[in-house]
Design a protein around this ligand. Structure first.
Ligand code: NAG
Ligand code: NAG
Ligand code: NAG
Length: 333
């Protein structure tokens, strides 16, 4: 018969359609410029940069509307009272309810005095090696760093030594400090490099990360450390992820660097970025290491670094933030 259409066949086709649509949603058909094209574009722009107050205001407002960084970036007693359900942003259908064990660990409210003046966000790119940017970075009013980077003497000239906020992924606590199940001394000692800064931990992003993060909190609190642990608010991480997805960043997860840059754009008058350069050669096409301190490559496919770079580069070109690639001018002499 003409119109006979077996139901089972139809549903197979429907399922295939849905799959293809999902695939296109996750991996849309678009072409990213090649690394070489990006390098050429950056060289074309050169050192030309002009601050754009309108652009800065506009972007800060966009971030305020989508994500409210000032109130939301950390879990506080104010935004997460007893009984509040925190939904993990890196997992589906997992949550943790704020109870008498966790509530006392939260700060009362966002402790930062905003707006902050000049903020320096330090990515850990190998391009920082021999950049001589340390002094420039250390002169900022508020310095943000990613993933507990080494700040020993040999790096000071290139990356500076002051820190006001440093992120710490639970995976590092696991890898470097045995999840703090054994000695805590090595952890507490190594954290002294960050002075009396805020340690920003995504404790409620992935379920296995919560316990190590809480242990890190207690290890620091028990040792009378000057550091203040702030837990990243999963609602904030999710809203920032959505914000960038809406602007065309197609990654499973944003990099810590883009999160911090977004945070700084929301909290600071002026934002300078250092070490945000996800390519394997520098502007003179010399090969560079992945990080300024090692050459360990991340899992591919998890982050979308060149894509993120282009977003930030666009903000640089419009004068909304300033990106420093290569040597800092003052270091030349
Ligand atoms: C300043 O920023 C606004 C908003 O991003 C943009 O439309 C404008 O073109 C920028 N001005 C300059 C001179 O780049
Ligand atoms: C939590 O602590 C408060 C004050 O210490 C107490 O009044 C309350 O009963 C506790 N709640 C639970 C569920 O233990
Ligand atoms: C905390 O800071 C004070 C003042 O800067 C310093 O004297 C003290 O040694 C620091 N404590 C620790 C545990 O680092």
């Amino acid at each position: 018969m003409f119109l006979r259409c077996p139901r089972s066949k139809l549903s197979v086709w429907a399922a295939l359609c849905v799959l293809v649509l999902c695939w296109l949603y996750i991996y849309p058909v678009y072409r990213l410029p090649s690394d070489k094209e990006i390098v050429n574009e950056v060289l074309r722009q050169g050192q030309v940069w002009k601050k754009n107050q309108t652009g800065i205001h506009l972007f800060r407002n966009l971030l305020k509307v989508c994500c409210d960084p000032r109130k939301m970036f950390a879990v506080t007693k104010e935004n997460s009272p007893l009984g509040k359900v925190l939904w993990y942003d890196g997992e589906l259908y997992h949550s943790r309810t704020v109870n008498n064990d966790t509530y006392p660990l939260f700060v009362q409210e966002t402790p930062l005095q905003v707006p902050l003046k000049r903020c320096a966000v330090v990515g850990n790119g190998g391009v920082l090696k021999r950049s001589g940017c340390g002094r420039d970075i250390d002169r900022a009013d508020f310095i943000l760093r990613c993933n507990l980077p080494p700040l020993s003497k040999e790096y000071t000239e290139d990356v500076g030594k002051r820190t006001h906020l440093v992120t710490a992924n639970p995976s590092i606590i696991e890898k470097r400090f045995q999840n703090l199940l054994w000695s805590r001394k090595a952890f507490v000692d190594s954290m002294k490099a960050y002075g009396s800064s805020y340690v920003y931990m995504p404790a409620f992003s992935m379920k296995p990360g919560t316990e190590p993060s809480l242990r890190a909190y207690h290890a620091l609190a028990d040792s009378g450390s000057n550091l203040t642990v702030l837990f990243a608010n999963p609602d904030f991480l999710r809203s920032v992820g959505r914000f960038w997805k809406g602007r065309g960043v197609h990654a499973k997860r944003l990099s810590t660097g883009l999160f911090l840059a977004s945070l700084a754009l929301g909290l600071c008058e002026d934002v300078d970025l250092y070490g945000f350069w996800p390519f394997s050669v520098d502007l003179e096409e010399r090969p560079i290491s992945h990080h300024y301190y090692d050459n360990v490559l991340p899992f591919s496919g998890f982050h979308a670094m060149p894509e993120e770079f282009l977003q930030l580069w666009h903000l640089h070109k419009t004068g909304t933030l300033r990106m420093h690639i290569g040597r800092c001018p003052e270091a030349a002499g």
